[in-house]
Design a protein around this ligand. Structure first.
Ligand code: NAD
Length: 433
């Protein structure tokens, strides 16, 4: 038998991370806490902590130089109790099944929190998009889609963009699925270009929803947005829109960062200028001169009213949590605060608007997009934004009510509400035998 050569991408079962601060462990720790409060029985606990379906596919692709390279792709459906699965697809060199499982479960709770009729799913392809040509990216996407053709669909599981995937990737998925179906099926993915069935307002939806719940939180603390300071980590889709809307509401944005570093100005940064700069500079703030350079670590520990971590997971952990000085943390990213950091921040009296609520604006407008695709009738941006604001405000008030009722944190309340909703639905539906 020939031995696989070194560095060969032969299938290898990805093991769970042993680090207790892994995203899946963080999710499970919060799940267990909420399950205890709800008195969830053992069987229901098992059901809701096990993904309904986990698929690993090999994606052979002919590269531009003629070589065949095999990539590994994942799709996990955590639960489809409330409706079809819903969740993004991320392309990254380090994406793994453990991470995708955690993110899929997160989607179940997130959809339940904002009351959209979807279950939770997530997908990923282990690849380095920066090292791939556009043609290679398209071939990976199309082959990945065809491998999942029996799993995804407008009534079963509806992907969307996530880290390193975008409207173009969604257009390829929609086209590949439609070619197999022998008809155009726009509702198979959300986050599409508007020209092929995307929704107005989708691009800004996550940042807009985040700012809506941040305003609601400021209101609870008796604070006016135009007398606040804000710090934003990450200047991509979520970070830049959140920063811009907070800026427009009169908040002083004293620091923002991206992967190139952090930029600080005590008098407030010029956010529209930074967005222009980043656009003209390949989506990077590298070399921006309108603020003093600081590190991402220093940025997180700045004294401010609102801190918006909108880059990636595990940014605020047990090591830096004691130094965080914000009054409100609105989680733009998924899992930017680890479970270990939660209790430290709670003791300091910091109000955390949890990811499954704070960044649910994206899935809410994805739901609107799916509704519009199925109706074949498209809404104005004003209608999209108005309905988004209403759903986010309602969700915040609902979860705040649960927080007060049980005297728990907003995060715990979000899990208690969403797990109860899924468990109650499951009890009504019963277990199919
Ligand atoms: P993006 O790729 O558009 O932007 C990510 C930003 O984070 C970039 O500016 C990048 O430079 C920066 N970044 C990366 N690593 C960093 C680091 N170590 N320190 C500081 N900055 C860093 O991604 P996005 O769509 O804005 O998503 C960001 C987060 O929000 C992810 O966790 C994603 O899962 C989550 N999220 C996104 C959406 C959405 O609709 N886009 C919805 C819900 C949740």
């Amino acid at each position: 038998m020939t031995q696989p050569h070194l560095g060969s991408p032969y299938y290898k079962e990805p093991g769970p991370k042993l680090d207790a601060e892994s995203p899946f462990e963080s999710m499970m720790e919060r799940f267990r806490f909420a399950a205890d409060i709800l008195g969830l029985d053992e069987g229901m606990f098992q059901y809701l902590s096990s993904p309904a379906q986990q698929v690993i596919v090999s994606i052979p692709v002919v590269m531009d130089d003629g070589r065949i390279e095999v990539f590994e792709g994942y799709r996990v459906m955590h639960a489809n109790v409330l409706g079809p699965g819903k969740g993004g697809i991320r392309y990254a060199p380090d994406v793994n099944l453990d991470e995708v499982k955690a993110l899929a479960a997160w989607m179940t709770w997130k959809c339940a929190v904002v009351n959209v009729p979807f279950g939770g799913a997530k997908g990923g392809v282990r690849c380095d998009p920066k090292a791939l040509s556009q043609g290679e990216l398209e071939r990976i996407t199309r082959r990945y889609t065809s491998a999942l053709i029996d799993m995804i669909g407008p009534d079963t599981d509806i992907p969307a963009p996530d880290m390193n995937t975008n409207e173009q990737v969604m257009a390829w998925i929609m086209d590949t699925y439609s070619m197999h179906a022998r008809k155009t099926v726009t509702g198979v993915v959300t986050g599409k270009p508007i020209l092929i069935g995307g929704s107005k307002g989708r691009r800004e939806a996550t940042g807009r929803g985040l700012v809506t719940v941040t305003l609601a939180a400021l209101n609870k603390l008796g604070m006016m947005p135009n007398r606040t300071t804000t710090v934003v980590q990450g200047f991509g889709n979520v970070g830049s829109v959140s920063a811009l809307l907070m800026h427009e509401l009169g908040s002083k944005i004293i620091a923002v960062s991206d992967v190139s570093g952090a930029y600080y100005n005590a008098n407030g940064l010029d956010i529209p200028a930074m967005i222009e700069y980043s656009k003209a500079n390949k989506n990077s703030l590298e070399g921006y001169k309108g603020g003093d350079p600081i590190t991402n670590q220093e940025l997180l520990e700045l004294e401010c009213d609102v801190l918006i971590p909108a880059a990636k997971e595990d940014q605020i952990n047990k090591h830096n949590a004691p130094n965080i000085k914000a009054k409100i943390i609105a989680e733009g990213a998924n899992g930017p605060v680890t479970a270990n950091a939660d209790s430290i921040l709670d003791e300091k009296g910091i109000l955390i608007i949890p990811d499954i609520l704070a960044n649910a604006g994206g899935v809410t407008v994805s739901y609107f997009e799916w509704v519009q695709d199925r109706q074949g009738y498209f809404w104005t941006e004003e209608r999209v934004n108005r309905r988004l604001n209403r759903m986010m405000r309602d969700a915040f008030n609902l979860i705040y009510g649960v927080k007060e009722q049980h005297n728990i944190t907003l995060r715990q309340a979000a899990y208690v509400y969403s797990i109860k909703k899924v468990a109650d639905t499951l009890k009504l539906r019963g277990i199919y035998a």
